[in-house]
Design a binder for this molecule. Structure first.
Ligand SMILES: C[S@@+](CC[C@H](N)C(=O)[O-])C[C@H]1O[C@@H](n2cnc3c(N)ncnc32)[C@H](O)[C@@H]1O
Length: 467
């Protein structure tokens, strides 16, 4: 089988954790299909790469629909960020639950996962309009093959293509007012005559728009990421755009990132256009400040469910709590009253600064925000002879740095709660904690924070067995 070869028909058996579909080629090899297929569909695919044990392919066409698919209302569009939209929500939950269990099967086969650890998957309280942060891209869509030449597009990247943007009219994951703002920015940006950024030539200006929304107050922050170094950029015209948006009562602050970097990310020197450059969110009775670059869980009511799950799993109290990969300090602040001292460890300066302010806002005084990589913090903490009693670990998708788990074992902490957005790295890290029998896995709770995507959170609790 060679690259670009078309295979058809192919029956999608199931989804694996990365969101790819799994099918079988005639020779029995696995075909991993990207591009957003649904189990039960019959599709045609194009081979991308042939690997030793499997084939990587991209879906071309859906030949037969799956019984899992439901008809969508006319204004619902499926974009890269909501590929599971056609799957009934109960089925999404079942698939995610099965995927988490499958990731744990290796540990289970070694007797490390007793059946009682499993809790039923927790659903997101809201399944539409739940996101409090949306990132939209500006760009072009130029394709001779498709006979399209459009210099101004505003929406989302075409699946797997860095230089083509698909227009968006309505995003089901955004609230109605964010959809409204999106259309307003679109209107003004198009009328401005300022060109979109072209990643191939590094020319043009409009790059990204991030909208952050406080779900508790409805207030919003707009963050523009623009290549202001482009010689044709007209600052006076851009000023009329953000000033028009500032007339809305719900937009309380706007920030401009001067972004001339080559990477397709929202970054650059920040200039506050109006307001304080900060919005506040209320969650489980606490107030949290969020700056443009701070990490904050993107589903506010889902985060309440996730954090409540964590709070319910913490059985110990007193002594020192380490909140590792702490973001804006949310979990440490919610748990602070149960402990003598909390260290909130986070690498990103904006988030860590927010954690300090958030502790102060919530009158939490036994709290120290430390801006340093977790792996470095752990080593220094141990070298200084410190001890930790309870640990919260909530790393990004790649899991912990390999040097971190062995240092954590040196603490003899009585309890570890691991919150993960990637069950495969969760299981990899748990394996280190469980290997020598020092810890026992007592609970695993899958929590769905991201309806209509393949993403899933999992909370696991470990208990110290011996000392
Ligand atoms: C999944 S988020 C969790 C944040 C927080 N616990 C919450 O619920 O909002 C992971 C956080 O880890 C931070 N991070 C990534 N690598 C890190 C490292 N090596 N050391 C410390 N923090 C890190 C990220 O900036 C991000 O804020």
């Amino acid at each position: 089988m060679s690259s670009n070869q078309i295979i058809s028909p192919v029956h999608v058996e199931k989804l694996v954790f990365s969101g790819k579909g799994l099918a079988r080629a005639e020779d029995g090899r696995a075909i991993m299909i990207s591009g957003g297929v649904i189990p039960g569909q019959t599709v045609s695919v194009r081979v991308l790469k042939t690997r030793k044990g499997h084939i990587e392919a991209q879906v071309l066409e859906v030949l037969e629909h799956s019984p899992l698919e439901q008809p969508l209302p006319a204004h619902f569009q499926v974009y890269g960020g909501c590929k599971w939209l056609p799957i009934r929500y109960e089925d999404q939950l079942r698939i995610k639950d099965e995927q988490v269990k499958e990731c744990f099967s290796g540990l289970a086969s070694r007797g490390l996962v007793s059946p009682e650890v499993w809790h039923p998957i927790v659903a997101s309280p809201e399944i539409y309009g739940y996101r409090n942060k949306l990132e939209f891209s500006f760009g072009k869509y130029i394709s001779a093959k498709e006979e399209i030449h459009d210099d101004f597009r505003f929406g989302f990247h075409k699946q797997g293509e860095f230089d083509r943007i698909i227009d968006c009219d309505f995003c089901v994951l955004a609230s109605d007012s964010v959809n409204e703002i999106f259309l307003e920015v679109n209107k003004h940006a198009r009328a401005s005559g300022i060109p979109t950024y072209d990643p191939k030539t590094a020319k043009g200006t409009w790059r990204h728009l991030v909208v952050r929304e406080s779900k508790s107050t409805g207030k919003k922050m707009l963050v523009y990421s623009l290549n202001t170094k482009d010689p044709n950029f007209d600052r006076a015209i851009f000023d009329t755009v953000w000033q028009a948006l500032a007339l809305r009562d719900d937009i309380v602050t706007q920030v401009l990132f001067h972004n001339s970097g080559l990477a397709d990310i929202v970054t650059g020197e920040a200039e506050i256009l109006h307001g304080s450059g900060i919005i506040q969110e209320n969650l489980l009775g606490r107030t949290f400040e969020i700056r443009p670059k701070s990490f904050f869980q993107t589903n506010t009511v889902g985060a309440e469910v996730l954090y409540s799950t964590v709070l319910n799993l913490v059985k110990s109290s007193g002594g020192t709590l380490l909140d590792l990969y702490a973001g804006t300090g949310t979990i440490g602040i919610l748990l602070a009253s149960h402990f003598d001292q909390v260290y909130s460890v986070e690498i990103v300066a904006d988030s860590s600064a927010d954690a300090s302010v958030n502790a102060w806002l919530n009158k939490v005084s036994n709290f120290e925000a430390v801006q340093v990589p977790v792996e470095k913090f752990l080593k220094d903490f141990i070298d200084r002879g410190n001890q930790a009693d309870t640990l919260i670990i909530d790393p990004p998708r790649d899991g912990m740095h390999p040097s971190a788990p062995p240092n954590i074992l040196a603490f003899w902490a009585r309890e570890i709660i691991y919150v993960s957005c990637n069950p495969s790295t969760l299981v990899r890290d748990l394996d280190v904690f469980l290997a020598d029998g020092k810890y026992r896995l007592t609970d695993v709770v899958p929590v769905d924070m991201f309806p209509h995507t393949h993403h899933i959170e999992t909370v696991a609790r470990l208990e110290l067995v011996t000392k």
